[in-house]
Design a protein around this ligand. Sequence first.
Ligand code: GLA
Length: 359
Amino acid sequence: MSGVWHAPGRVNLIGEHTDYNDGLVLPFALPQGITVAAARRADGVLDLESGGRHARVPLAGLVPGAVTGWAAYVAGVAGALLEAGHPVGGATLRFTSDLPAGSGLSSSAALECATAVALNDLYGLGLTAKELVPVAQRAENAYAGVPTGVLDQSASLLCEEGHALLLDVRSGLSSQIPLELGDYRVLVIDTHARHSLGDGQYAARRASCEEAARKLGVPSLRDVRNLAEALTRLKDPVLRRRVKHVVTENHRVEATVGLLRAGAVAEVGALLTASHLSLRDDYQVSWPEADAAVAVAANAGARGGRMVGGGFGGSVIVLAHRDALPAVREAVTARFTTTGWHPPTYLEATAAPGAHRLS
Ligand code: GLA
């Protein structure tokens, strides 16, 4: 039994650092992602290769911490399936990617989700895409040791072509929101500043949110019903900022969905920029190249833009009329070059399908 499977990267249109606060996210899948050619093996071993790197992982004795580096994301999926009692065995897995690692477009989730759909089919496990989400997330959290929320794996597994995925993390309910851009385009700008979610800042933000929720006496920041009152009750100025971002970001997701449903896509730009400013000033996870790209793009005629992903590096998205794109790109590249930064790279994002079998 063998075949080829693909899992996409994602951009999150809006709803950043809300997932681990039981909040709302609105990602869509990219055409770019990770493809895996996979075959069953009878020897109980995962034989992995990606970009010239090899790894051999026996499934016997596979526990969190047993595998490190890139192979942990893959082995972790098999480990999480076995933990949940699913009879998965050995496999040869050959990965190719057209998604730059560290660009904030969820290459690690794509790696997990490609593995998950491949093993699910190879071993006839019969799990739905929705059931694979916690498997892929456990691989990332427990086996790769990165304490992310559920945004990236949900996007890679559940998104549908032409749609953004509105996911309410608290209820687990999701709906497909048609992403009809008309004459507008979502431009992804890879700033080439590289991030690592393992560097402690991400975990520190999560811890601050948990501390704030505790101080406010609510299970999570999703339960803050009166922002002004919550802000007066919190004495720590840093916690106040974090709460302000999370609560207002959930509102921005709802407002964005309302505008998309009304066909008012151009107006979404202002919400993207508001999200960016909140991430920059209140959540404090932006980085200089992202701030410059958002500001310069707006000056050059974009309707708005924001950093995507965890922060401290990676990509920015910009919403612009297609006629404004050349000027936006030219102005952003000029700014990066004159500042002495690595020139940015661009891709025009379209909403692609979630993880699936290719052949
Ligand atoms: C990373 C994590 C996600 C999410 C975002 C911020 O991409 O993997 O779970 O928390 O950061 O929105």
